[in-house]
Design a protein around this ligand. Sequence first.
Ligand code: BES
Ligand code: ZN
Ligand code: ZN
Length: 475
Amino acid sequence: MDFSLKRKSLDAPGGTLVCGLWEGRPLSGLERRVDQALSGVVSRMRKSGILSAEYGAMNDALYTDGALPAEKVLFIGLGKELDRGKTRKLGKELGGHLAAKGIQEASVSAFEHGDECAEMLSLGMLLGAYLPDEEKSERATSLERVSLLYSGAKPSAGLLRGTAIGNAVNYARFLNNAGSNIVTPFYLAQEARKLQGIEVEILDRAALEAEHFGSLLAVARGSSREPYVAVMRYHGNPDADTVALLGKGVTFDTGGVNQKPSAGLEEMRMDMSGAGNVLAAMRAVAELKPAVNVVGIFGAVENKDSASGYHPGDVLRSRSGKTIEVMDTDAEGRNVLADLIDKALEYSPDEMVDMATLTGACMVALGKGDDAPAGLFTNESGKRLAMRLSAAARSSGERLWPLPSGEFYQRQLASERADLRHLGDRFGGASSAAQFLFNFSGDVPHCHIDIAGTAIAKNATGWGVQLLLEYLLAR
Ligand code: BES
Ligand code: ZN
Ligand code: ZN
């Protein structure tokens, strides 16, 4: 979808002109001029209640019959007032509505002055128009060109932010939706290599062996698909903090020898959401150039049972040197992350955030879908980081809910045979998984976000990309 900015005017190009109706306010500006050009039909229809101004109303479009350069005018309801979240949601509904009607070109009259409205509208429209039909022989016609009609100062910065973030979310959704035959560990590594303006290093199996990624490699061993770790570095400002973003990239999770049941197994192609989110966020970072340094790291592996797979009872030597007693090969994500966290320490990060579809337990606790909150866990030093992430969550509309970690869960991880078990009790499984991760981050402020319930759905949500970007851009 291509966006452009044009001054508000009735000479807008053809296609569909989208105007807003405020509840309890008279028509003004462009909307009033449209009414005049159409001989007052808009006011009459409004008075009779045929055109609704209720928030989110998508009224039937009116033909202009040559009275305006636009072929049709669509009035949508804005309600009494808009905020960030409402504008984003309205954009989403509008994008979905226009795409469903097969409209390829639209001019949208911005509802309010300024960058925030342009950002939320463009972001919302990109999210709403997305369809997971990349692999269909005949793809649905989609909204291709949108002109945003603004008044006042040109909201270029807002549009840049909105489109960069929206495209990043849709990219993450694409990576998730695509099957594990396409989005393999190699594919993810190739995508990282393609990043512009980011310094990228890819570690292949030989490099991972040389660096003793014993915990990650144990998971990868069951698959004939080669594992990769990507390290993506963005240098925003030498005087600013360095933030490490880590993502679990299990391109398919069969559970390994602790095999998963078959119901819903196809969704386990999305067990790489964490990695997809980090990759997508790096893409937007390259475009938006925040004044912070970011090191994005993901580990891409497939978790399979096979002649060479790892087993419960195995003791792994992780990159950190800590040994891990494996209890369940389906708890593979934490094994991958343990080595990524240790790798991240090499870059002396001031803070570390990881995203992972880590536990079914988190989904059981908090629910499923992109309106559900994701679980937020923090180590002792990460409490201020957790507050900043929560603020970013409020601003992105992607909710976080704090869940506990700490000593109670640490006790469950005691092992007689190794330094650490990777599994706690069945109850409180999201918290013991988080606590396991914190064993590898030392004193670095570290927050873990469990996105099992929010990122994975019948169609991928891309949940978490907006949150990561809000967090980086607010710094
Ligand atoms: N990828 C799964 C977690 C998951 C489950 C995500 C369902 C989304 C939906 C993870 O690797 C896993 O299998 N976790 C196990 C851990 C258990 C063996 C302690 C789980 O949650 O069942
Ligand atoms: Zn698993
Ligand atoms: Zn998994």
